[in-house]
Design a protein around this ligand. Structure first.
Ligand code: BGC
Length: 734
């Protein structure tokens, strides 16, 4: 498999031979079982039994021995999917593999889990900022570390397959999964996503502290026209190839061995029926050698929802023939039964089954799953360590964006008196979002009580009076009169607004506007004339324009994870000099959803790019200046790279980190080109007055685009390189 080395001393052909031999000894039933993935609910005992091991042995044996299933997913118990302790996970996984070891061919079961911001479903794990925040750090090293730590925590519990990272790019702010993405830019998402893969898999994903990644959701899922989850995306092939495929291509090159399929539809074809995407592009063009897994129930939905198939059996045929190798069925064995019938009747050729099963077995061998004595990492050194906590706190700090700081209102003095209010002030769940301990992440009572909310972190650090007016659940109305009365007795108001947690379709909304209760609270507090610092938390850029324009300080927190409260208080009081930058455009109005890399037509005549805060925006308590932007040459050939240098200086009085963003504009081309596109970034730390020269290399690929004939092309002509306030030019000659 490209990009991932084969474990142990084995060569690729050794493993391929093992796959071949094993496949040759398998019955049709055993093969189809390998392609079947069920939810743990199918084999779980009822929750009321509250067993130390939630598995029902008889149901497990039926799944593994009678249906030969190849994979299981999720944490018990439906519908809440609650995090389990490390010990419970170990017992569950041992039971599963013990039954697999009793099966005729002893093929191990691959257990998959969503560990999207840390080991979500293991109790007391390290829960990092969500992906949108990791992108705001513009710090790939932190993404590598998040990957490494999460892999170790998963392996401590015996888990080895993570349904992460999301490589969809986030260009539709209404979409309730925006926060699961690394933002709107292709380059940023590519770098952060592949760094995460590097951390999770290392050079060898069979190592005892590594796990397999799963790129999702291939492809075009993130761009629903109406913003609701699992609704149609209208993406033409050029746009798909230019914006949506490159992140996945990079993930494949980085060695991710599995890919989960788009749950929605693009241009009228559901992701699970799209032969062109799943086979022609993914296999023939990208050379992906691993296996594809469907998303939840999505093969059935080709019939029940999309009406693409006349019945469930036809849906199975369409999906398998399009290129789905494993079905997340997941609540019954229908896929197994129907596919068996389809192969027996000749409607699905055996060759297609052999192909899918070979891919699955290849990954299982490469992951070292056949090792009879898998090493389970000891808890103390690997799970929720203090090093992991420190990394998490640093990630949270670097992920928070100081968007406005009029008259240096921030940092606040610790001795000032502060009124803290707003629905997101005293909850952990609003900082963690979905996929936190439970699927929806909304059960505050299950969140670790030793972690600090924004209010608690302020109380911990402040030396002056701190008063809180609020309800401890998101929807509990806040007494506005009381808040206004209290405001009069304090120097500053910290107003925490935003969204409650949600995951997937549950988070669909009709408008980016904040609800009226939050707007009323904000307006009443602004009217007191006391300075208001607005802190927002939540997965989407909800419209805050009128509030942000009237208050002196704005901090955009998004979903900074379990250390988010502390990180926000660090920034509020100046214990940390903020350095996060926006990985998305923050819209000014509900319909102002133009990304930063807009086309010329989007800023022509009456059209403008006029967001509240632009992509890449983020203030510091110090100031930086870039200068001396230089290109190495004025002219290059279309197959040449070009070096760029720039100097960055800390011109303020505090040490701080700055991310230098390098953009390119192709001045005239045969397909309209973006106003500018990010092609490089570097984050560096500088002392006051310190300056550093940094360099970037632009490759032909960075200067290419998808041409009229849908192929990648580098065209001759002029290019602009933009860093800070400077622009330099060069041209490509034939
Ligand atoms: C989501 C996936 C997730 C899967 C398994 C689906 O509903 O779309 O992102 O990996 O469930 O939990």
């Amino acid at each position: 498999m490209p990009g991932c080395s084969v474990n142990h001393q084995e060569t690729n052909s050794d493993v391929e031979n093992k796959v071949k031999n094993l496949l040759a000894s398998m019955s049709l039933e055993e093969k189809i079982g390998q392609m079947t993935q069920i939810d743990v609910a199918v084999i779980a005992a009822p929750e009321e039994l509250n067993a130390a091991n939630p598995i029902d042995q008889a149901k497990l044996e039926d799944a593994v021995l009678n249906h030969h299933i190849g994979s299981i997913l999720n944490t018990p118990y439906t519908p809440h999917n609650k995090a389990q302790t490390v010990e419970t996970w170990r017992k569950m996984l041992q039971s599963v593999q013990a039954v697999a070891a009793k099966s005729r061919l002893k093929i191990p079961v691959l257990y998959g889990i969503d560990a999207i911001h840390g080991a979500t479903y293991i109790k007391d794990s390290t829960l990092f900022p969500q992906a949108i925040n990791m992108a705001a750090t513009f710090n790939p090293e932190l993404s590598v570390k998040e990957g490494e730590i999460t892999a170790r925590e998963l392996r401590t519990a015996g888990l080895q397959w993570n349904f992460s990272p999301v490589m969809d790019i986030g260009r539709q702010p209404l979409w309730p999964r925006l926060w699961e993405t690394y933002g709107e830019d292709v380059h940023l998402a590519t770098v952060l996503g592949t760094s995460f893969i590097e951390g999770q898999q290392g050079d060898d994903f069979s190592a005892p502290d590594k796990v397999l990644t799963c790129l999702k959701h291939y492809v075009g899922y993130s761009y629903p026209l109406n913003g609701r989850d699992r609704t149609p995306a209208w993406i033409g092939e050029r746009t798909l190839r230019e914006y949506f495929l490159p992140t996945f291509e990079a993930g494949v090159k980085a060695g991710s061995p599995t890919i989960m399929v788009n749950s929605g539809e693009v241009d009228g074809i559901p992701g699970h029926a799209n032969y062109h995407y799943l086979t022609t592009i993914l296999r023939n063009e990208m050379g992906f050698k691993g296996f594809t897994v469907s998303d939840w129930e999505d093969i059935k939905r080709l019939y029940t929802r999309d009406k693409l198939a006349a019945n469930e059996k036809e849906a199975v045929k369409i999906a398998v023939m399009a290129g789905i190798d494993m079905s997340m069925v997941p609540l019954d064995f229908s896929f197994y039964d129907l596919l068996l019938e389809l192969v027996k009747s000749g409607e699905v050729p055996l060759a297609r089954i052999d192909e899918a099963v070979s891919r699955i077995l290849l990954v299982k061998f490469e992951a070292g799953l056949f090792n009879p004595n898998p090493q389970v990492l000891p808890t103390k050194e690997n799970f929720a360590t203090t090093e992991a906590l420190d990394t998490n706190l640093q990630a949270a700090r670097e992920s928070i964006v100081l968007a406005k700081n009029a008259n240096h209102i921030l940092p606040l003095k610790k001795e000032s008196s502060i009124l803290v209010t707003g629905p997101t002030a005293n909850l952990l769940n609003v900082m963690n979002g979905g996929w936190t301990i439970t699927w929806q992440g909304d059960d505050e009572s299950l969140h670790p009580q030793d972690k600090l909310t924004v209010l608690e972190a302020i109380q911990k650090k402040a030396t002056g009076k701190v008063t809180y007016v609020g309800g401890d659940s998101f929807d509990k109305a806040i007494d506005i009169e009381k808040a206004v009365a209290e405001a009069k007795n304090h120097d500053t108001i910290v107003l925490c607004l935003g969204e409650k947690p949600y995951t997937e379709t549950v988070g669909n909304i009709d408008s980016l506007n904040l609800d009226q209760a939050q707007i009323n609270l904000a307006n009443a507090l602004i009217a007191t004339g006391k300075p208001v610092i607005l802190i927002t938390l939540g997965g989407r850029p909800r419209i805050i324009t009128s509030i942000a324009e009237q208050v002196p300080g704005v901090i955009l927190g998004f979903l900074p994870g379990m250390e988010g409260g502390l990180a926000i208080a660090d920034i509020l009081f100046g214990d940390y000099n903020p350095d996060g930058k926006l990985p998305i455009t923050y819209p000014r109005t509900t319909n102002g959803i133009t990304p930063y890399d807009y086309k010329p037509i989007e800023s022509y005549e009456q059209n403008t790019y006029h967001p509240l805060y632009a992509f890449g925006h983020g203030l510091s308590y110090t100031t930086f200046q870039t200068s001396e932007l230089r290109v190495e040459k004025d002219k290059i050939n279309s197959n040449e790279a070009i070096n760029i240098t720039v100097t960055v200086k800390n011109t303020g009085s505090l040490k701080g980190k700055e991310t230098v963003l390098l953009y390119v504009n192709d001045v005239a081309a045969s397909v309209t080109r973006p106003n500018k596109q990010l092609k490089g970034f570097k984050k560096i730390e500088l002392n006051p007055d310190q300056a550093k020269n940094i360099s970037f290399t632009l490759t032909p690929n960075d200067l290419s685009f998808i041409g009229v004939d849908l192929k990648r092309v580098v065209e001759s002509g002029d290019f602009k390189v933009i860093v800070g306030n400077e622009t330099v030019n060069f041209s490509i000659v034939k």
